[in-house]
Design a protein around this ligand. Structure first.
Ligand code: UDP
Ligand code: MG
Length: 262
């Protein structure tokens, strides 16, 4: 029997988790030919997330959890989950049901066909999202697609299922500042894209504020494009030239007129 690991990063998700567990249980029941482990990574939650997970893990052997000492961010949580996952297939999925677990059967089918190493998802709209966030997200994707060789799909989610080969390749990339959307593309492999309409969060608020997202997007750009490096080299060279010209001008002025100009 094939085993499937599902990684769920959780930061203050005590309201969303009961619903998530209900839904994932329903979906997995329909996939009785597979064995599941659900790896919840508590990313330093300050609410009852961890105690809820501990409680539920006693009743359900599919539930496993990893607990962080503080909030390290979703990327770190995904990585810890990937390291721990033992399944033949591994999925990454949010706790707020914005990554519909109902897509799992279709994702599994794609991998079982043997034609794909991974099934990824992208939302085709951003309904329900604050317009300012959508605007900056679009700008970010347009920019990164222009300056990076990696194909980062607009609307791509971290929600995907991958086989062991691809999961191991991702785990072998041990960089500290991670940008999964780029890493998934960078390792290559055959990916099937599934599209769906945006689903709004079941409970609670998004855990990202504008500043956090901005820093995260910078991480993506710096990690997957050499353009910032090239720009700073050009800027460095430019200022070096100006400084050099200024030295010459100062020397000539000194020799011609004498005395100190400054
Ligand atoms: N998350 C996390 N650590 C963080 C922020 C978020 O583990 O520092 C988790 C969160 O619990 C959720 C997923 O990452 O399961 C996506 O977060 P959220 O729904 O807030 O992001 P959005 O869907 O708004 O992009
Ligand atoms: Mg969400």
């Amino acid at each position: 029997m094939k085993q499937i690991s599902i990684i769920v990063p959780c930061f203050n998700e005590q309201e969303a988790l009961p619903l998530f567990l209900q839904e994932i249980d329903r979906v997995c029941k329909g996939l009785s030919e597979y064995e599941f482990e659900w790896i919840f990574v508590d990313d330093g939650s300050r609410d009852g997330t961890l105690s809820l997970l501990k409680e539920r893990a006693k009743e359900d052997s599919r539930i496993k959890y990893i607990s962080f000492s503080r909030n390290f961010g979703k990327e770190a949580a995904i990585y810890a989950g990937l390291e721990a996952a033992e399944g033949d297939y591994t999925a990454v999925m949010d706790a707020d049901l914005q990554d519909p677990p109902g897509l799992l059967p279709e994702m599994i089918e794609a991998l079982e066909s043997g034609d794909y190493d991974s099934a990824a998802t992208r939302r085709v709209d951003r309904k329900g999202e604050p317009p300012i966030r959508s605007f900056f997200a679009r700008m970010f994707y347009r920019l990164i697609r222009k300056i990076s060789d990696i194909d980062i799909v607009d609307g791509a989610r971290d929600f995907r299922l991958m086989n062991r080969k691809m999961k191991d390749a991702i785990v072998s990339m041990t960089e500290y500042n991670r940008f999964s959307k780029g890493i998934f593309g960078w390792v290559g492999y055959e990916t099937k894209w599934l599209e769906y309409e945006n689903v709004e969060r079941t409970h609670g608020e998004t855990k990202w504020n504008f500043w956090k997202l901005f820093l995260y997007s910078l991480e993506g750009i710096v990690a997957f494009s050499t353009t910032p490096l090239a720009l700073s080299s050009v800027a460095g060279l430019f200022f070096c030239l100006i400084a050099f010209v200024m030295i010459i001008v100062t020397i000539i002025r000194q020799l011609t007129w004498g005395g100190s100009a400054y």
